[in-house]
Design a protein around this ligand. Structure first.
Ligand code: SAH
Length: 252
């Protein structure tokens, strides 16, 4: 019988190949089978072994080419056939990456699985746009939430955004108007500063800023496209007058 292969759930980071871990690069160089999703930059795929076989399971909002169960089954089948599999995911496998489901499927089938962390979009965007997610004067709490449609209005976000807090929203481009409405209904001030970071850590990155009330207009007028993150809180403010206001309030 073939020796069972290992499934490596590897974080590919937000785009720039320089942001891969050494472990990710090492695994890619040795890989004979790479199963990747749509968010992985093509340049990163060129790092794989010259004889590597690529399987794209392009996972983008409302464009699932392979249902999750079939991805799980594919990973398990290949490993049981004796092949190591590099399952390459955008950002970090365990932040909105369904890595948990894939790891469970592997464990249930007796397939060894290793998780290699990646730089999540929030960390990549924060660094590239120079928006600190925490700051001694401005924020000591940071939350990551999923802004896609399913159950959005039922999710309890109270207390996640506001004074001294940073809220990072993944997958929120389409639902930006709903999100702004939801947060303001929860009592968040309409003038809380917001930044939208599109294509973070990529050559075509854009950073757009507005106040919370202007978020829907910003996304619409700016023609913001996925992948983008919405960051809400005083850490996103950059112009001097806003920073002066925050500083005054902080020391009041
Ligand atoms: N596991 C990934 C997240 C996958 S969910 C991670 O840890 O980053 C997909 C969402 O991530 C996108 O809708 C977008 O909100 C965000 N995202 C991924 N890459 C991004 C990038 N380069 N710039 C901005 N947002 C990004």
């Amino acid at each position: 019988m073939e020796k069972t292969g290992t499934v490596y759930l590897v974080g590919a980071g937000p785009g720039d190949p320089e942001l891969l871990t050494l472990r990710a690069v090492r695994l890619l160089r040795a890989a004979r089978l790479v199963v990747h999703d749509g968010l992985v930059d093509p340049e990163i795929l060129t790092l794989a072994h010259p004889h590597a076989r690529f399987v794209s399971v392009a996972k983008r909002r409302s464009k699932h080419t392979l249902p999750q169960e079939e991805i799980n089954a594919l990973l398990v089948r290949e490993a049981l056939a004796g092949r190591d599999v590099v399952r390459l995911k955008g950002g970090d496998p365990f932040i909105f990456g369904r890595g948990g489901e894939e790891a469970e499927a592997c464990r249930a089938a007796g397939v060894p699985v290793e998780v290699v962390p990646g730089i999540s979009a929030a960390n990549g965007a924060a660094a590239a746009a120079q928006i600190p997610l925490t700051h001694r004067d401005r924020s000591s709490i940071v939350s990551f939430v999923a802004g896609q449609c399913k159950g959005l209005t039922d999710q309890d976000w109270t207390g996640l955004a506001g004074k001294g807090r940073t809220l990072v929203i993944y997958m929120g481009v389409k639902t930006a108007p709903l999100i702004a409405e939801k947060l303001m209904a929860d009592g968040l001030a309409p003038d809380v500063p917001v930044a939208v970071v599109e294509n973070a850590a990529r050559a075509d990155m854009r950073v757009l800023r507005a106040a919370l009330a202007g978020l829907p207009e910003l996304v619409k007028r700016g023609k913001v496209k996925s992948p983008a993150l919405i960051i809400i809180g005083d850490v996103t403010a950059q112009d001097d007058s806003t920073l002066a206001r925050i500083a005054t309030e902080a020391h009041a």
